[in-house]
Design a protein around this ligand. Structure first.
Ligand code: NAD
Length: 435
């Protein structure tokens, strides 16, 4: 029985847009990046072994009474990869393609991502193998609550803090929070992030990822001696990340010349009015046909003579097919995994300044951290305060990654892994081996 439908349920299901580790062995693919950083850091063999294994992997059966009166049993996973720096942090996804290997890979990725921005969190990920498109809101609620009950021994503000991910949203987080709180016999808002503002969510969270993209792009331009006020920008994707990045970059003076989304795109060499585009997209569910410019597709977008390119839609968009034609000086990866490894190597060798996803889109998890802090204090910050703190965290992370890249004479992606793994390794070493 669905108990609370005050929050919108129509957007629980979002298109699967985050299969960036969709490889034969996602965990090994992820760990090849870890291995490269470990080699540069000359990690001692024992520590290497520790950091290459997830701390805890849980698999639960999730029986759910379906609307037709029949019982269905789903499989759910939760992996806590590493908690040496603090509670595990990582999303929960509902998707048919969920596998334990992928959850493990994403949990490792969250560990490094939280460490890049120096959050006092470890990394986790969870998922339930299901087809949410075929499930009613009531079935999804029962699934969420039973899965939460199944993994409840790991959950908690001090141990494991989930967030939304593919096909889950603030509605689902509210159910997780309620289920956990019922078991604890009191309200525990800090057990999940990405909650509605009314029940302990943070102001600024919705814009945080795009704001982070804007900040690192601005810092990269500064580093390269490029005036952001004179910079031209092309953005692929006009959803949460793409539209906020475009809007905020325009607000600091950059000229957004091209944007594409799932349906089409617009180009105007003199600049597009992002505010008007936001209104248009709200009305038409796409920017296709926006009257402020001529139409453009992704192929052309990637070849434009612009200063900044922001892939903010899907994985594997920059491949060896289009990378040699890219003219941008800066690529800020708003999306997860938009660049294939070969294309990344090629771009780095050509001197393109690629700000890796693990850093560029870390604004979201950083503000999740702020949400957790505010929940624990029971005191909520003004939006300006959230943005000011995000600014500081992102600038610091950018600087750490940049100086590490210079020190190790390597690309920013490898440098980001070096920064992250070094932070996790240092704490693990300091804490020593228990028993
Ligand atoms: P979203 O669903 O809000 O937006 C996705 C956008 O991409 C939409 O505008 C859609 O029309 C567009 N798109 C889809 N297919 C396209 C195509 N073929 N060509 C051009 N545009 C296309 O999603 P989002 O939250 O903005 O996430 C985008 C990416 O950023 C994903 O890779 C996601 O994993 C990553 N990311 C998001 C967050 C966050 O806080 N939202 C945090 C970190 C990473």
């Amino acid at each position: 029985m669905t108990t609370d439908l005050r929050l919108p349920t129509d957007r629980i299901v979002r298109p699967d847009k985050d299969r960036f580790l969709n490889e034969e062995n996602p965990f090994e693919a992820m760990m090849s990046r870890f291995d490269r950083a470990a080699e540069l850091l000359d990690l001692e063999p024992g520590l290497y072994k520790v950091l290459r294994h997830p701390e805890k992997q849980i698999t639960v059966s999730v029986p759910v009474m379906m609307d037709n009166g029949e019982v269905e049993v789903f499989i759910g996973h939760r992996v806590l990869y590493n908690t040496s720096r603090g509670p595990a942090k990582g999303g929960i996804r509902f998707d048919l393609n969920v596998t334990l290997e992928e959850v493990k890979a994403l949990a490792a990725w969250m560990t490094w991502k939280c460490a890049v921005v120096n959050l006092p969190f470890g990394g986790a990920k969870g998922g339930v193998v299901c087809d949410p498109l075929k499930m009613s809101a009531g079935e999804l609620e029962r699934l969420t609550r039973r899965y939460t009950a199944g993994i409840i021994s790991t959950l908690g503000p001090d141990s494991d803090v989930p967030a939304p991910d593919v096909n889950t949203n603030e509605r689902v987080m509210a159910w997780v929070m309620d289920t956990y709180s019922m078991h604890m016999r009191h309200t525990v808002t800090a057990v999940v992030t990405g909650k509605p503002i009314e029940m302990g969510g943070s102001l600024g969270r919705r814009e945080a990822t795009g704001r982070g993209v804007m900040i690192v792009t601005r810092e990269a331009a500064k580093h390269l001696g490029l005036k952001i006020q004179d910079a031209t920008v092309a953005v692929q994707g006009f959803g949460n990340v793409g539209s906020v990045s475009a809007d905020l970059l325009q607000k600091i003076g950059a000229k957004i010349v091209a944007v594409t989304d799932w349906k089409g795109g617009v180009y105007n060499a003199r600049g597009l009015d992002v505010t008007k585009m936001l209104d248009y997209a709200k009305q038409h569910k796409s920017i296709e046909g926006f009257p402020g410019g001529e139409s453009i597709d992704n192929t052309r977008l990637y070849q434009l003579d612009v200063d900044v390119l922001i892939p903010a839609a899907l994985e594997n968009q920059i491949t060896m097919e289009n990378a040699p034609k890219i003219k941008a000086k800066i690529i800020a990866e708003g999306a997860n995994g938009p660049t294939t490894p070969e294309a990344h190597k090629h771009l780095h060798e050509r001197g393109v300044f690629v700000i890796p996803d693990i850093l560029a889109n870390a604004g979201g998890v950083t503000t999740s951290y702020f949400e957790w802090v505010q929940d624990r204090h029971g005191y909520f910050w003004e939006e300006d305060e959230v943005n000011r703190r995000l600014e500081a965290k992102m600038c610091e992370a950018f600087e750490d990654v940049l100086t590490t890249a210079q020190r190790y004479k390597t690309d920013l992606r490898t440098a980001a892994y070096v920064v992250a793994i070094n932070r996790v390794a240092t704490v693990t070493r300091m804490r020593g081996m228990y028993a």
